[in-house]
Design a protein around this ligand. Structure first.
Ligand code: BGC
Length: 721
């Protein structure tokens, strides 16, 4: 694989949030935002941790940012004895490059300050030893001078709804070492320790300020001379072990030198890329964009865990409460299944292990079975608030129904489990709690069914489909069909278990006493209302959708009084129109693609594409898939690129009302992979064999990639006919 380097020369403060996302490094345990070393919480610097959350007061519960060990500032001593910071954006500079080395998982900056000092820093989040972070910096002076380096372990972290640390102590201060132990409001501990070295003779002092620990290193450079500084840090939390501080201290002391860490980090990335890299012959920009997407998916994959999932904004911060959405199973899972099946299993175990939380949520709504959290944190706790959007005009929180009504989330969990079994041929997850999830999912949908006395159908009322702009609708086609899928899968897996693993089946039947319910699941699968389909094949997104005002997306956009205004909800500009936020019917036609023909796909693609705002980064890839499915790869191409470039272009909405929703977009990254695999390559599973039916855009000469199907490595090599 050739190196792919994402670069920018910008250090414009306005671009900082996006650059922080674009240049993110991570290893599944933590993500380090791509901010420069001199930046702090004001510029959204953060070391975001996976799977550990806290609530401060009445604020939203959100994931933790660890005290930041990468805070580093260089100063030049002036003749009057004062220290002039060589820090962007204020210090004059002639040249500045920030880069992300995608093949090697390295973040670099190279700044030539106008005063003649060059400042180069490289840093990594170690891919194998996931608790370790490492940094190597070099200062080179054109002219002789006195310098000072301040290396800070910064506990004054960026929080959206913080502060999350109620106590912070710095117990391991010693020369060349720092440490901090921070205790959250919920009583968890986060510990960070670091050791550093400077290559030139220096004086060092350690000063402890509030919420910070700082090493101040003075040194001198002759003209043309360089000083190099390395720092190795370890992060542990009370979720990892009983004594995180001791663990972090030991990890830092035992860690090898920077060069050795760099070598093992590179070797680990090389192995990952051997599996993941996709070659697109004839189209370097598309190949780059796709592999950058895969880089992000690799950087956040929980390879270190056995039961953990990936948040909707990856490890790029606290947006969306660091929660797990349907994004994981529906958009990201296929990549992990194809490239790192063990990770796919880890993601699904997370859902099995959070079944209790889903049961509790169902009970809370007076329902049976498992109602999975719309914004799931550990234990399946639903972090979604009743007021998830702030009205731009009044500044008041708006009642939203994502938590209560996006009942399709439970079907996504079932769909993920089904995909896992089908792709890997490994049915162990059914026996390890997966079948229990299925039964509880079927119970959940069954308990939601509405029966009108004068109608034969069963119905699902008062739901929100993938298109969130239309709230509390009846018989959303996507939701109904996915619920039907749940009933059918439950029946199938139960029958399979009874046949192939009678003991496991018996134990399950004893535990859940579900056998008598199977007949009602079967009935429900038959009687659940089918979508209304017009003679031309267009499927009505929900009851009454066709009667809504039929206007263009631009016309609806023109009605906005404020660019940040929320389009959905009771009064949103889209709510009473046919304009939708994101692929809805089209998502259904992809997920259950074996049930629909090309004519249906064509009619719905042509109808809904024009009415879709793509207000979610999950949308474009679904239309790319549909366009491929009807033999229009040229139309699919820009939609695919929109998905693949989501984090390169900083696309996607940054605001929902007044709520900041920026961050990386792993679902769009996964969606780009979906579009490649099931769209352009036309992958199909037929009789447990993989087949391709390529429909490549004209400029692509071919595609090559590897994947692991049913435990076997396969190389897909497809040429333009
Ligand atoms: C989308 C959801 C998605 C969530 C997290 C929302 O804007 O409408 O479908 O799950 O973002 O990515």
């Amino acid at each position: 694989m050739r190196e792919i380097v994402v670069t920018t020369h910008s250090y414009d403060l306005g671009e900082l949030p996006e650059l922080g996302n674009r240049f993110l490094i991570g290893n599944g345990y933590m993500g380090v935002r791509g901010t420069l070393e001199e930046y702090d919480k004001e510029q959204l610097a953060a070391v975001n941790l996976a799977g550990i959350y806290d609530r401060c007061g009445d604020g939203w519960r959100e994931p933790l940012n660890a005290p930041n060990p990468f805070s580093l500032r260089l100063y030049r001593r002036e003749e009057d004895g004062s220290d002039r910071p060589l820090a962007l954006p204020s210090a004059a500079c002639d040249q500045h490059t920030q880069s992300l080395l995608v093949r090697e998982g390295l973040h670099r900056r190279d700044t030539r300050f106008s005063c003649g000092v060059r400042w180069q820093v490289e840093r990594l989040a170690h891919m194998e030893q996931v608790h370790l972070l490492a940094l190597h910096a070099v200062a080179t002076a054109k002219e002789a001078g006195q310098f000072c380096l301040k290396s800070t372990l910064d506990g004054d972290v960026w929080d959206i709804h913080g502060p999350h640390y109620r106590e912070m102590s710095f117990p391991t201060a010693s020369e060349h070492q720092h440490g901090v132990e921070a205790v959250t409001n919920e009583g968890d501990t986060v510990a960070v320790c670091c050791r550093w070295s400077l290559s030139t003779p220096h004086h060092s002092a350690t000063a402890v300020a509030q919420r910070k620990q700082e090493a101040i290193l003075d040194f001198e450079l002759a003209a043309g001379q360089s000083a190099s500084f390395t720092l190795i840090a370890a992060v542990y939390t009370s979720k990892d072990c009983k004594e995180p501080l001791q663990a972090a201290r030991a990890a830092v002391l035992n860690a090898p030198e920077y060069d050795e860490l760099l070598a093992s980090h590179r070797a680990c990335w090389a192995k990952l890329w051997e599996r993941a890299h996709v070659q697109i012959l004839g189209d370097d920009p598309a190949e780059e964009a796709l592999n950058v997407s895969l880089y992000h998916l690799l950087s956040i994959a929980p390879r270190h865990a056995s039961s953990l999932s990936v948040p909707a904004r990856g490890l790029s911060g606290q947006t969306y409460k660091g929660a797990i959405f349907w994004d994981t199973e529906m958009f990201m899972l296929d990549f992990y299944l194809a490239v790192l099946p063990e990770v796919a299993k880890t993601l699904l175990r997370y859902r099995i292990d959070t079944l209790e939380g889903a049961r509790a949520k169902a009970r809370e709504y007076g329902l049976r079975g498992a109602f999975y959290a719309w914004e799931s944190q550990e234990g399946g706790y639903d972090a979604c608030s009743d007021y998830n959007v702030t009205d731009v005009f009044t500044g008041r929180p708006m009642r939203t129904y994502f938590r209560d009504k996006q009942v399709h989330i439970t079907s996504a969990v079932v769909y993920g489990l089904w995909k896992y079994a089908r792709w890997t041929g490994d049915d162990s997850l059914w026996r390890e709690g997966g079948a229990e999830v299925l039964i509880e999912a079927a119970r959940f949908y069954h308990s939601l069914l509405i029966k009108r006395v004068e109608k034969d159908d069963d119905e699902l009322w008062n739901v929100i489909g993938p298109d969130e702009y239309h709230e509390r609708v009846n018989n959303n086609a996507y939701t109904n069909e996915m619920a039907r899928f749940v009933f059918e899968q439950t029946l199938e897996v139960c029958a399979q278990l009874k046949r192939d693993a009678p003991e496991a089946y018996k134990a399950l039947a004893q535990k859940l006493s579900f056998e008598e319910e199977l007949a009602s699941f079967q009935q429900a699968a038959k009687r659940l209302k089918k979508p209304t389909i017009r003679p031309d094949g267009v499927m009505e997104q929900f009851d009454g959708y066709f009667a809504l005002e039929d206007v263009t997306v631009d016309a609806v956009r023109a009605r906005l009084k404020d660019p940040k205004e929320y389009w959905g909800g009771a009064y949103g500009v889209a709510a009473h129109t046919q304009v939708i936020k994101q692929a809805d019917v089209i998502t259904l036609l992809f997920m259950l693609r074996e049930r629909y023909d090309a004519q249906t796909l064509r009619a719905n693609y042509d109808y809904y594409l024009r009415r879709t705002e793509h207000g979610s980064s999950l949308s474009a890839c679904m239309y790319a898939l549909a366009a491929c499915g009807i033999g229009r790869p040229e139309e699919a191409y820009p939609l695919f690129l929109k998905s693949a470039r989501a984090d390169l272009d900083g696309g996607g909405k940054q605001w929902a009302g007044l709520v900041y929703i920026g961050g990386t977009h792993p679902a769009a990254a996964g969606g780009a992979y979906l579009a490649l695999l099931w769209g352009f390559l036309g992958l199909k599973i037929e009789g447990n064999q993989l087949k391709t039916e390529p429909r490549l855009p004209k400029k692509w000469r071919g595609v090559q990639c590897r994947l692991w199907y049913r435990g076997q490595a396969q190389t897909l090599s497809v040429q333009q006919p």
